[in-house]
Design a protein around this ligand. Structure first.
Ligand SMILES: Nc1ncnc2c1ncn2[C@@H]1O[C@H](COP(=O)(O)OP(=O)(O)OP(=O)(O)O)[C@@H](O)[C@H]1O
Ligand SMILES: [Mg+2]
Length: 389
C-alpha cells in the first residue's frame, strides 16, 4: 500500500515517518511541503492513502485539498490536526476527508487509521454506484421546473453530506439553472462536454460543474444556440451514463419539448417529475404531455405529478386535477412569491435564504422522500442479491 506523508515541518516528518516504519510495512513516501504542494505530490506519487500534517486555517488551503480529494476518489485522506472543533470536523467530513486524527499522533494509532481508511476506500471503490436519475419537466414554460430542480438538488445535498448530487441543465438553448443557486461562473457546459465526449470521465465531469456545495454541482446548458445544435442524443446518453456512475443523484432539468434529445434523457430517468400549476392552461397541457408519455411507454410507475405554487382553497381542487389527468398528485409546493423571487434574483438557494419558508419545508420533505425511496430500492437490491431474484 502506497502512503504519502506530507508535512511542512522536516522534524515532524522524520518523527512520524520513523514511527510509521516501526509499526507497518507501508511503502512510505515522506514529502516536505505546505498545503500548496499536496496536489502535485498526489499527482507524482499516486498514493492509496495520503496523510496530511499541517495547519489548515485558510479557506484557500481547504479549497485546494478538496479539489485533490474530488479528483482522486480512490485515495483515502487522513488529516492530522492540532485543534478539532465540531465545525472543523463537519467541514472535513463535507470535503470528503476519510479520517481526522488529533495531534500528537502515535505510530500504532496512525497505522490503524491508515488501514481503516484504506479499507473504506476499497469498499467504496468496489461498491457499484448506480446513481438515481430523476428528470423534471414542466407542462408549460414558467412552471417552476428550474427553480424546483436546482433547489431540490441543494436540499438533498445539504441534508446528506456524504452523497454526491449533480444537476444537468438540458435546456440547451438558453438554460440558466446554475444562476438559480450560485453566481454562476461556469468553465464548461453540456455542449463543451459533448464536443469531447470520448474524453468524458468522472474527473472531467466534476471539474466542469458550477459548484454550489462541496457535494453539489450544476452542469450548465450550452452558452449559445450554435453550440446547442452540436449536442446529439447519444452525447446526452453518455453524459447521463457517466453521471449516474459518479453521483448518487442525477437531476435533469428537461425542456418542454418531446424531441430526440429530451426523449433520450427521459428514457434514462427512473422517475419523471411533471411540474404544473393549478390553472386550466397548465392542466390542459399536462393532459397532452401525459398522452405523449403514454405513447413513449412512461406510465404511472415512472411519472409523478407535482403541483407548484399551490394556494390553499384553490378554484380547481386536487381531486379535479387527479380526475382530469387520471393520475394521483404526488406532491404540492406552496406559492411563496417574495422569498422565491429573492432567491431566484440573488442566486441563493431558498433553503439557505429562508430556512423556514413553506417552500423550503416542501423541498426538504421531497428530498427526504427521495432518500427513503432510495433506501427501499437499495435494500431490494441487497435482498435480490441474496435470494437471486
Ligand atoms: N413555489 C413558487 N412560489 C412562487 N414563485 C415561484 C415558485 N416556483 C417558481 N416560482 C417563480 O416562477 C418563475 C419561473 O420559474 P422557473 O424559471 O423555475 O420555471 P421553468 O419551468 O424552469 O421555466 P422555463 O420554461 O422558462 O424553463 C421563477 O422565476 C420564480 O420566481
Ligand atoms: Mg427552466
Amino acid at each position: 500500500m502506497k502512503v504519502v506523508l506530507i508535512s511542512p515541518d522536516q522534524s515532524e516528518l522524520g518523527q512520524i515517518g520513523s514511527q510509521l516504519s516501526a509499526v507497518g510495512n507501508f511503502e512510505l513516501t515522506p514529502v516536505q511541503g505546505s498545503n500548496h504542494e499536496v496536489a502535485s505530490a498526489v499527482e507524482r506519487h499516486q498514493p492509496d492513502v495520503l496523510v496530511v500534517d499541517g495547519v489548515y486555517q485558510e479557506s484557500s488551503a481547504f479549497d485546494q485539498l478538496e479539489k485533490t480529494i474530488v479528483a482522486n476518489p480512490g485515495m483515502a485522506v487522513i488529516l492530522l490536526a492540532k485543534t478539532l472543533t465540531p465545525e472543523f470536523l463537519l467541514h472535513m467530513m463535507r470535503m470528503g476527508v476519510t479520517e481526522v486524527l488529533p495531534q500528537p499522533v502515535n505510530g500504532p494509532a496512525l497505522k490503524e487509521s491508515i488501514e481503516r481508511a484504506r479499507q473504506r476506500v476499497v469498499v467504496k471503490k468496489t461498491a457499484h454506484r448506480q446513481g438515481r436519475v430523476v428528470a423534471m419537466m414542466g407542462c408549460k414554460g414558467g412552471s417552476g421546473v428550474t427553480f424546483l430542480a436546482a433547489n431540490l438538488g441543494y436540499a438533498v445535498a445539504s441534508a446528506n453530506p456524504n452523497q454526491r448530487i449533480i444537476l444537468i441543465d438540458l435546456n440547451l438553448q438558453g438554460g440558466d439553472a446554475e444562476l438559480f443557486v450560485s453566481d454562476g461562473r461556469s468553465v464548461s457546459n453540456v455542449a463543451s462536454i459533448a464536443a469531447e465526449i470520448n474524453r468524458l470521465d468522472s474527473t472531467l465531469l466534476e471539474s466542469s460543474l458550477v459548484r454550489v456545495l462541496p457535494n453539489y454541482g450544476v452542469l450548465a446548458a450550452a452558452q449559445d444556440t450554435h453550440e446547442a445544435f452540436s449536442v446529439k442524443p447519444e452525447h446526452v446518453g453518455q453524459l447521463i451514463e457517466v453521471a449516474s456512475k459518479s453521483y448518487d443523484l442525477v437531476i435533469l432539468d428537461v425542456p418542454r419539448s418531446v424531441d430526440p434529445v429530451t426523449v433520450k434523457a427521459l428514457d434514462r430517468a427512473s422517475e419523471i417529475f411533471v411540474i404544473l400549476q393549478m390553472t386550466l392552461p397548465f392542466i390542459r397541457d399536462a393532459k397532452k404531455l401525459l398522452g405523449d408519455f403514454r405513447a413513449l411507454g412512461y406510465g404511472p410507475a415512472k411519472v409523478r405529478l407535482i403541483i407548484n405554487r399551490y394556494e390553499k382553497e384553490p378554484e380547481i381542487t386536487i381531486k379535479d386535477v387527479q380526475q382530469t389527468l387520471g393520475m394521483p398528485v404526488y406532491r404540492t409546493v406552496p406559492n411563496s412569491y417574495r422569498n422565491v423571487a429573492t432567491s431566484v434574483n440573488q442566486g441563493v438557494p431558498i433553503a439557505k435564504l429562508a430556512p423556514r419558508d413553506p417552500v423550503t419545508k416542501a423541498l426538504m420533505e421531497m428530498a427526504d422522500a427521495l432518500q427513503q425511496n432510495k433506501a427501499v430500492a437499495d435494500s431490494k437490491g441487497w435482498l435480490a442479491s441474496l435470494t437471486g431474484r
